[in-house]
Design a protein around this ligand. Structure first.
Ligand code: AHR
Length: 501
């Protein structure tokens, strides 16, 4: 590989006002879709696959290493077809999963199993309620069943089903994509429905009020945001945003997860930059109605969406995951860091076997994807203090006349004082030498440790035969320069994490 011509200088300011990177930006989403829940997370108590009360032990172990802060469930589009009472107690009522392929969902995985998963992972629950085909009473009852601690019939039912104490549900979504699969509503109608439904999402534990999230826009539907903010902002804590990246930007042919060329590599990161544009535009509308930034923008669905793998069910959204996805994940996490004052939660879609997954399974086999490794590497930023960065001059990455900044970076200071710097090089052909400066005195004798995720091929990925083909590798090549700076060569098409302590 040739080194790019222009040297890049990066300086991290550690002497400026520090604000926290909310750990919830590293949130996840698991839907009753394809084999995300059934087979991927839940195998049931009679399975020969090792499990913990029906939850796959291998998947649990891998997910625990990500320090997942929050998990959204049961959908997605499934949420507005889900009737929670079918999924509790000894007799479960099966249902058709109409939206995702028309198969039968046994409802063996329900409220108790999800809350068990959340407690195993040590994360917060984000439950999406049913507005599209549900009722106010049904939503009200679910919240009572989950969180009340009184002697009501619903609480007695919960106790009879094995859970004495209420659960803590931190986040509750009032519907999902109500502009489409969640009821094809107009924003004016949904705003009124939202106001009505959220009234009954009661705070049974006044010390832990539930954070209520309204269904927000699809990508650049700015009118939806405007109407919701104007008519219902006073009744919400968060407004969601959904945006998926397709390398082709064509829903009839999304492009393939593997075997792609340079155009689709570039195209993907160009779509990735659009996430930042969307956040900027939506937050500008929010600022008009909520200048104090009380309402959070919650990006509760994001990630790569490709054509499904050949031979798999078209509605199961099973796709491979490559080095390109790892860089896309890092690109999004950096964008969320920059907008952390308004964007306070984000949930990648989806945890296992669906879209941009952390984990793929095949019967008893399991692998961690390149996206998993980025979430594991960058978890050091969770709840750390954000440190502003200056990069100059930012090298360009050009493809057929179109240009993107080749490098992106984000830094934070951890509770133990260590400074973590994550770097992305989108350029598939050039490494970039970087000189780094830390403010004098702040980390006077800093030593740098590094980990780099890269591979020879743009579509390098892990398979069940070779599950560790793409993994982060230790890299201790940070060198002190004669003038007291630090030097590092950022490999082509890579994500790096450097730690200075
Ligand atoms: O994540 C897959 C689907 O994408 C979700 O069910 C839906 O909300 C979105 O359209």
């Amino acid at each position: 590989m040739n080194a790019a011509a222009s040297p890049l200088h990066l300086s991290i300011a550690t002497d400026c006002p520090e604000t926290r990177i909310p750990r919830e930006l590293y949130g996840h989403f698991a839907e009753h879709l394809g084999t995300c829940i059934y087979g991927g997370i839940w195998v049931g108590e009679d399975s020969a696959i090792p499990h913990t009360r029906g939850l796959r032990t291998d998947v649990l172990t891998a997910l625990k290493q990500l320090s997942i802060p929050v998990l959204r469930w049961p959908g997605g589009c499934f949420a507005d077809e889900y009737h929670w009472q079918d999924g509790i107690g000894p007799e479960r009522r099966a249902m058709i999963n109409n939206h995702w392929g028309g198969g039968i969902d046994s409802n063996q995985f329900g409220t108790h199993e999800f809350m068990d998963l959340v407690e195993e992972l040590g994360c917060d629950a984000y439950i999406a309620g049913n507005v599209g085909s549900g009722s106010v009473r049904e939503m009200q009852a679910w919240v009572e069943y989950l969180t009340a601690d009184v002697d009501s019939p619903l609480v007695r039912q919960r106790r009879a089903n094995g859970r004495e104490q209420p659960w803590r549900v931190r986040y509750f979504g009032v519907g999902n994509e109500n502009w489409a699969c969640g009821g094809n509503m107009r924003p004016e109608f949904y705003a009124d429905e939202y106001r009505r439904y959220q009234t009954y999402v009661r705070h049974h534990d006044p010390d832990h009020p539930i954070f209520r999230i309204a269904c927000g826009p699809n990508r650049d539907d700015y009118r939806w945001t405007e109407v919701l903010m104007e008519r219902a902002a006073a009744h919400m804590d968060g407004l969601s945003l959904h945006y998926y990246c397709l390398p082709t930007d064509d829903w009839n042919d999304q492009g393939n997860a593997t075997g792609f060329g340079a155009a689709d590599w570039f195209g993907m990161f160009q779509r990735g930059t659009h996430m930042e544009e969307l956040i900027v535009q939506h937050r500008a509308i929010m600022d008009r109605f909520d200048p104090d930034q009380r309402v959070a923008l919650i990006v509760d669905e994001w990630g790569a969406w490709y054509n499904v793998e050949p031979g798999t069910h078209p509605r199961f959204l099973y796709q491979q995951n490559t080095l390109r996805d790892a860089l896309l994940a890092a690109q999004h996490l950096h964008i969320f860091h920059r907008h952390r004052d308004r964007v306070r939660m984000a949930n990648i879609a989806q945890t296992v076997n669906v879209l941009q997954a952390m984990i793929l399974t095949d019967g008893p086999r399991m692998l961690r994807t390149p996206t998993y490794h980025v979430f594991e590497m960058l978890k050091v930023h969770q709840d750390a203090l954000h440190l502003p960065i200056t990069l100059s001059p930012v090298p360009e990455y050009t493809h057929e006349g179109r240009t993107l900044p080749a490098i992106d970076a984000s830094a934070s200071r951890a509770a133990d004082g260590a400074v973590n710097l994550s770097l992305i090089n989108f350029d598939p052909a050039h490494e970039h030498p970087i000189t780094l400066s830390l403010p004098p005195g702040s980390l006077a004798h800093a030593t740098g440790r590094g980990r780099v995720l890269t591979a020879a091929a743009m579509d390098a990925h892990n398979t069940f035969a070779e599950p560790d083909h793409v993994v982060p590798v230790a890299n201790d090549s940070v060198q002190a320069t004669a003038d007291g700076a630090l030097a590092f060569n950022l490999p082509a098409k890579s994500v790096a994490l450097l730690t200075f302590s």
